[in-house]
Design a binder for this molecule. Structure first.
Ligand code: GLC
Length: 584
């Protein structure tokens, strides 16, 4: 704890020193150009993207039919959520065969065609690598649970019941949150940090690691371009199973992340696979401190390229969030990677409710402008943007009323848990309308035909009824749509390296409504102004811009009055975003 506090204070001092606008010499962090730094990554949730065969579930042929749409977005990489064989307890995050495609999604031939089609369009493919755990239906686990002497026994963590109950561990998804599941076949408990159908693999066993490297090579040999390491910060366990303090589950990550040999495993992954194939790598989770994050992604350590930190996405709550805090978080992370390492920028993914509902305002009056403003933010920050499918349309939370309509294993088990323990169900039902992951997983809204053009069958998850007005076909035709605005943003980022590599500096950090920053590369300086509120807010840039400067407006989600540009004293409309190139 103490070290963490010290690190934060130190970064604060460093940041304050760097944040002076007077400072002339602009240094760019980690200037070595890399495709994955310049990439715009589009996260595609295959189950919900496009169904080609009418079974109500999205599939690979469906994605293939939309390759030109992906190209039209201007994204340069696609991260596919898991497409491997899986009983779907956690929608593909429980893998029963790492070298096969989930039947509902198609075949390996479909995958090869998909990869080829992406590459032909200049889009790289990043695969989800889920190896903290497998499915309990994986052959390894079937063997492992069959007898204590089976050669796969040590592929997982087992605790013999005759030794009594194991040291408590918290499970995120289990009905009773106990991560040790009793299995009568061998009178022992196995460990599962997620659902009981997701037993944790034993990374301490070199055989397991060898298997994983084999799997990674299998996909790398096919020509994929990167891996996203799912929940990998939890892979290394202290197998002496020390007791954690009471209430540890409230800070799960502090006790579970970056276990004893994690960095050795990451180095091994790099030596055995990543370095040989030049594929990019990004970890879900960045540990608990800058040091943890750095150690994972500092190029000189030869581990990974990037990691995601969750502080920002965790900030949005039902009753709002502090813009000052949001600025603090992004600024803190930027300063952490000011000289080496690289970061990921995101505000939404398949584990979160919708971007505009959580961070913007999805009411009819502000949905479009606030979606555009948030997209502007994601696409003008330093770091690689990860942009979640459907956000380019400004898709919103569906807010389902009935528990029967939900699919997410975490939500359904928590509901059962609350029923069993007499928890507050009405409050829970109210909360999940805002936060449940299913909100971000409703099928993609292609057009206003039946089922939003997603499927001709019965969709696996309800479709948001607002598809009749919020859909890709309608937005494609409208030059002012959120979709076309997103396309303009990807182009802007690709055409202007200052938005990729330029130094980031926060302006007016205590302003509770406006997020303003500059990006500077060499002699080029850009200014980004974002109004995070639903009110008109005046913002005077004179303090930061030389009086003679005539900023050139590069993009905005409103029509901007020409005069204003020379005045430097702007009135930003609700959720207005403006990006200026400054002439120096
Ligand atoms: C990651 C995934 C999430 C999944 C969990 C278990 O957090 O993003 O969707 O449920 O890992 O694999």
């Amino acid at each position: 704890m103490y070290k963490w506090l010290l690190a934060v204070l130190l970064m604060g001092v460093v940041f304050a020193a760097c944040n002076s606008e007077k400072k002339e010499k602009q240094t760019t962090a980690d200037t070595e150009a890399q495709w994955w730094k310049e990439a715009v990554v589009y996260q595609l949730y295959p189950r919900s993207f496009k169904d080609s065969d009418g079974d109500g579930v999205g599939d690979l042929k469906g994605i293939i039919s939309k390759l030109d749409y992906l190209k039209s977005l201007g994204v340069t990489a696609v991260w596919l959520n898991p497409i491997y064989e899986s009983p779907n307890d956690d929608n593909g995050y429980d893998i029963s065969n790492y070298r096969a495609i989930m039947k509902q999604f198609g075949t390996m031939e479909d995958f090869d065609a998909l990869l080829k089609g992406m590459h032909e369009r200049g889009i790289k493919v990043i695969m989800d690598l889920v190896v903290n755990h497998s499915s309990d239906e994986h052959e390894w686990f079937k063997q492992s649970r069959s007898s204590r002497t089976n050669k796969y026994r040590n592929y997982y963590h087992w605790w013999p019941a005759e030794k009594g109950k194991p040291t408590p561990r918290y499970s995120l998804f289990d009905v009773n949150h106990d991560a040790w599941m009793y299995d009568s076949v061998t009178n022992a408990y196995y460990l599962h940090y997620f659902s009981r159908k997701q037993p944790d693999l034993n990374w301490e066993n070199p055989e397991v690691r060898k298997e994983v490297y084999g799997i990674m090579k299998f996909w790398a040999d096919k020509g994929i371009d990167g891996f996203r390491l799912d929940a990998f910060q939890f892979a290394a366990k202290d197998t002496t199973w020390p007791a954690f303090p009471v209430g540890y589950e409230k800070n799960f990550s502090l006790y579970y992340a970056v276990g004893p040999h994690l960095h050795n495993y990451l180095k091994e992954i790099n030596t055995e696979v990543l370095s040989k194939y030049h594929v990019m790598s990004v970890a879900e989770g960045a540990g608990n401190s800058f040091k943890d994050a750095h150690d994972m992604v500092d190029a000189s350590r030869k581990e990974l390229n990037m990691a995601y930190a969750f502080d920002a996405v965790d900030l949005a709550k039902k009753d709002g969030y502090s813009v000052i805090k949001l600025k603090e978080i992004f600024t803190k992370w930027d300063s952490a990677f000011a000289t080496n390492g690289w970061l990921s920028i995101f505000l939404a993914n398949h584990d979160q409710a919708r971007l505009v509902t959580r961070f913007g305002d999805d009411s009819p009056a502000f949905r479009e402008v606030s979606s555009k403003m948030l997209s502007t933010f994601i696409m003008t920050m330093r770091g690689t943007p990860y942009y979640y499918n459907g956000d380019e349309l400004g898709m919103t939370n569906i807010r389902m009323d009935k528990i029967e309509d939900y699919n997410d294993v975490a939500t359904l088990n928590e509901y059962k848990h609350l029923v069993a323990t007499g928890g507050n169900i009405p409050q829970f039902m109210d909360n999940i309308k805002f936060s449940c992951r299913d909100n971000g997983r409703t099928p993609f809204q292609w057009d206003n035909s039946t089922n939003a053009g997603f499927t001709t069958g019965k969709p696996w998850l309800k479709i948001n009824p607002n598809y009749t007005t919020i859909n890709a076909a309608a937005q494609d035709k409208d030059p002012n749509s959120t979709l076309n605005y997103f396309r303009a943003l990807t182009k802007l980022r690709k055409d202007n390296k200052v938005l990729v590599y330029g130094k980031y500096e926060l302006l007016d950090k205590n302003n509770p409504n406006i997020y303003a920053y500059t990006r500077t590369l060499g002699t080029e300086k850009w200014l980004v102004l974002l109004n995070f509120s639903k009110n008109n807010i005046s913002f005077d840039v004179n303090e930061w811009i030389a009086p003679k400067n005539t900023p050139e407006l590069k993009i905005s989600n409103y029509k901007v009055d020409k005069d204003e540009q020379t005045r430097h004293n702007y009135v930003l409309k609700p959720y207005e975003a403006r990006v200026y190139k400054l002439s120096y």
